[in-house]
Write a new protein. Structure first.
Length: 224
């Protein structure tokens, strides 16, 4: 697996490069300190995955998210794993919006853990959507069930939360102590009740997770 690392901090880039270099069959083929350099490196190297900091020069706001979206549009074969210092719900939802696959959103502290890094890199490269558990925990902090998710049963909401954490059907089944077939049935019910149609252009699993994130973030906004 060929990876490009983009972060304005030389120390962070060096740390990630060292961690990635210790993983079997993984090679860091380029580094970038800003988004323009990132786009040049991706265009030249065509890596399997780009790891991108959310806040990049010159404004240190959303350059990384916009760069990630551009990479996915222009180079569909390149997966993107976005890294953030803090949980930023709006940026995570922007990354996932549009039914994208091969994307992930993780906190920097978590990605510095070797096992977590290996898992995220492999899953995102394989086409999964990886969401940092801290984001899910933050959204779960509010006690009330969002109105948009009230159509789901308690068990279906449990399944949807675990999907938002990035678990596969088998992973959800193991966490809940049920069979993968039962999980598949719950997921189909989630799609039906949230009105998520099966189309050629959308990933229904991602759309379901987005519905969860959107509804959960709505209930946390001031004045709601």
């Amino acid at each position: 697996m060929r990876i490009v690392v983009a972060d304005d901090s030389l120390i962070v880039r060096a740390g990630l490069t060292r961690l990635l270099g210790a993983i079997d069959a993984v090679e860091v083929v380029g580094e970038a300190a800003d988004v323009e350099q990132l786009h040049r490196v991706v265009a030249h190297e065509r890596p399997d995955l780009a790891m991108v900091d959310i806040r990049m020069p010159p404004t240190f706001t959303d350059e990384g998210i916009r760069a990630a979206g551009r990479i996915r549009r222009e180079y569909p074969a390149v997966a993107v794993l976005v890294l953030s210092q803090y949980v930023e719900t709006a940026f995570a939802m922007e990354l996932l919006d549009g039914g994208r696959t091969h994307v992930g959103y993780l906190l920097k502290d978590r990605v510095m853990q070797r096992a977590t890094l290996i898992d995220a890199v492999r899953r995102v490269s394989a086409g999964d959507v990886v969401v940092d558990p801290a984001l899910v925990e933050l959204l779960l902090a509010a006690p009330a069930v969002p109105e948009a998710l009230a159509v789901l049963s308690d068990r279906e909401r449990e399944v949807l939360v675990l999907m938002a954490e990035g678990l596969t059907d088998r992973g959800v089944a193991e966490r809940l102590g049920v069979s993968p077939r039962t999980v598949g049935t719950h997921i189909q019910h989630i799609f039906d009740r949230l009105g998520i149609a099966d189309t050629a252009t959308d990933n229904r699993r991602v759309r379901a997770v987005l519905s969860y994130l959107d509804a959960s973030s709505e209930r946390r906004r001031p004045g709601q």
